[in-house]
Design a protein around this ligand. Structure first.
Ligand code: BGC
Length: 252
């Protein structure tokens, strides 16, 4: 089944049609800058433009950087506060005249990694982190997603963890890789003490440079880089819109 996946981020809105059996993007992705101010209406208009530019007609799955329940945005840590309470799925469905599902962006990336990437065949407790502007988390137990975990907002040294250990924090504080690894390590140690996962998958743009910080981590849990890189958000969003999402558990 082919589904159009959309990844809504702070700087860009990206989309491509996805073969939800293989996880492959079927064409080049379309990317349009996230409108500023990023009001929900402006985001919807841009997402519709992405779909239009791709010439797509059919089902759509969309990842959004906030807690999303039944298509409605519930939080706004890194995005325009006007999004809280916005029925994103309803608005996209109306505009696109297609079936749409909307999930948290980290959950989308996690679904892709569990199905096709670093977490495939993993049956235990798997935590995926996306290190970017914020810290997104997705949690899998026996291959099943526990949706909308927000473990990027655990408090470390009196601060929101994502303000200390996201990729944005690394750049903002001009941290070397070793220093950054220390911050990440402290965060991972806390998560480990609370969740005792079997595997941690590190994703987000920074995962491409994982050899710079992974060797410095002391975490007791096996930590591996994500494998789908840029495609995870789009492919996972598409997967979230199909019955195959349930098949993550039995991924070959
Ligand atoms: C949000 C999460 C999101 C993450 C990554 C956090 O600030 O609270 O919902 O998944 O950023 O975009």
């Amino acid at each position: 089944m082919n589904v159009f996946g959309i990844d809504i981020g702070g700087s860009g809105i990206k989309g491509a049609p996805v073969d939800t059996t293989s996880g492959e993007l079927l064409t080049e992705r379309v990317r349009i800058k996230t409108p500023q101010p990023a009001t929900p209406e402006a985001i919807v208009a841009t997402a519709v433009e992405v779909v239009g530019q791709a010439g797509w007609h059919g089902p759509v799955g969309c990842g959004f950087p906030a807690v999303v329940k039944d298509g409605v945005v519930q939080t706004a840590a890194n995005i325009d506060k006007a999004a809280i309470g916005f029925d994103l799925r309803g608005a996209l469905q109306r505009e696109l005249e297609a079936s749409v599902s909307v999930v948290n962006d980290a959950d989308a990336a996690g679904l892709a990694e569990m199905r096709w990437g670093a977490g495939r065949d993993h049956d235990g407790v798997v935590l995926m982190l996306t290190l970017g502007t914020g810290i997104g988390t997705s949690l899998f137990v026996g291959g099943r997603l526990v949706p909308n975990t927000e473990l990027g907002h655990i408090e470390i040294r009196g601060e929101d963890a994502e303000h200390r250990a996201s990729d944005t924090a690394r750049k903002r504080d001009d941290l070397g890789w070793k220093e950054y690894a220390k911050r990440l390590d402290e965060y991972l140690n806390r998560i480990e003490d609370l969740l005792w996962p079997d595997l941690i998958v590190i994703g987000g743009g920074i995962s491409k440079k994982s050899e710079k910080f992974l060797p410095h981590l002391t975490a007791r849990t096996k930590a591996v880089p994500a494998e789908m890189h840029n495609d995870a958000g789009i492919a996972g969003a598409a997967l979230a819109g199909t019955p195959e999402r349930e098949a993550v558990k039995t991924a070959e």
